[in-house]
Design a binder for this molecule. Structure first.
Ligand code: SAM
Length: 294
């Protein structure tokens, strides 16, 4: 496995199987352009406890990362009667998602590589507005919020991934703005909560295809572009490169950076670091740099 991280500086303001043996989880259907699945925001419910119902959480091993809880199992029983509890490796259940499934139910290897890079390179998140693009589990955005990001947006193609995996992971890890202010709780606990409140990060979650996501957020009058876009294992399919490039271009702030982690080549689909880097260089808008090869 080889991962490369590209750093790109915008000059304008404005998945294939990893290997034949590891083909699981990235959809066969990604060989064709996904339809323009409309984007929508998934509002974080007021009662966050409800979000974690029927979820089994487990701490991520590895001391180099910020301690992070991840959804280990979800019950798809209610959504898909007849199915049993599904474990974190949802790969064989991609057929449970209607329409095109882009692989977000499983945590892909480069997510861990990028998190290791964050630690090693002491990537700064404090005060930044961050987008976890093609987030799946959302671990990159969660790490950013734990690192002091002022706002983190999560985007995944599939709404079910956002509802069943990203949202529970965010709720389990991030003290959210709008969490109960503990008005009915003992004073000591209230004070602890108000200390936490100072560290809250505004999180928003979105599903839908990239162009549609752009349209949705850019339609907001007061939309502020992202200082940092994090993205892992999203360049497997060359058919999506134009849309992805356009998305980065439209959403990244003038001095923003993209940290991208990907395998060198995705057999069967054809994308990978080298092809994407060439694509970006030919467009001539971003500057790219390989930060680490694993
Ligand atoms: N980043 C996660 C990880 O590393 O575990 C998930 C990687 S998964 C292989 C690829 C992700 O890219 C999907 O979750 C999907 O949301 C996103 N994606 C790929 N193509 C997309 C497209 N055309 N529009 C929107 N999202 C897309």
């Amino acid at each position: 496995k080889c991962s490369s991280l590209g750093s790109a500086a915008s000059s304008e303001d404005t998945d294939s199987p990893p290997s034949t043996a590891d083909r699981s989880g990235v959809p066969e259907a990604c060989e064709k352009q996904p339809s323009l699945k409309p984007a929508k925001e998934h509002v974080i419910p007021k009662d966050c406890d409800q979000v974690l119902e029927n979820k089994v959480l487990e701490m991520l091993p590895g001391s180099q990362h910020v301690s992070t809880a991840v959804v280990k199992t979800i019950s798809l029983k209610e959504k898909f009667p007849g199915e049993n509890i599904v474990s974190q490796s949802f790969s064989s259940h991609s057929d449970l998602i209607p329409g095109v499934y882009e692989g977000g139910l499983k945590i892909w290897e480069c997510t861990f590589d990028l998190m290791t890079y964050f630690t090693k390179a002491k990537v700064k998140f404090a005060g930044q507005k961050v987008l976890d693009l093609g987030c799946g589990s959302g671990l990159l955005g969660i790490t950013a919020s734990k690192g002091g990001a002022r706002e983190v947006h999560f985007q995944d193609y599939n709404g079910l991934v956002i509802d069943e995996v990203t949202l529970p992971n965010v709720v389990a890890n991030v003290p959210l703005q709008g969490d109960s202010n503990g008005i009915n709780e003992p004073a000591g606990k209230r004070q602890r909560k108000s200390e936490v409140a100072q560290e809250t990060c505004k999180c928003r979650l979105f599903s839908g295809e990239w162009a549609e996501f752009c349209k949705l957020v850019l339609s907001e009058k007061l939309f502020v572009k992202y200082d940092l876009i994090l993205t892992s294992e999203t360049i497997y399919n060359p058919d999506y490169y134009s849309t992805l490039h356009e998305t980065l271009l439209r959403l990244l702030s003038r001095n923003g950076r993209v940290l991208l982690a990907s395998k060198a080549h995705y057999f069967g689909v054809g994308g990978g670091v080298h092809l994407f880097q060439k694509f970006v260089e030919e467009k001539g808008v971003f500057e790219t740099r390989t930060l680490e090869v694993c």
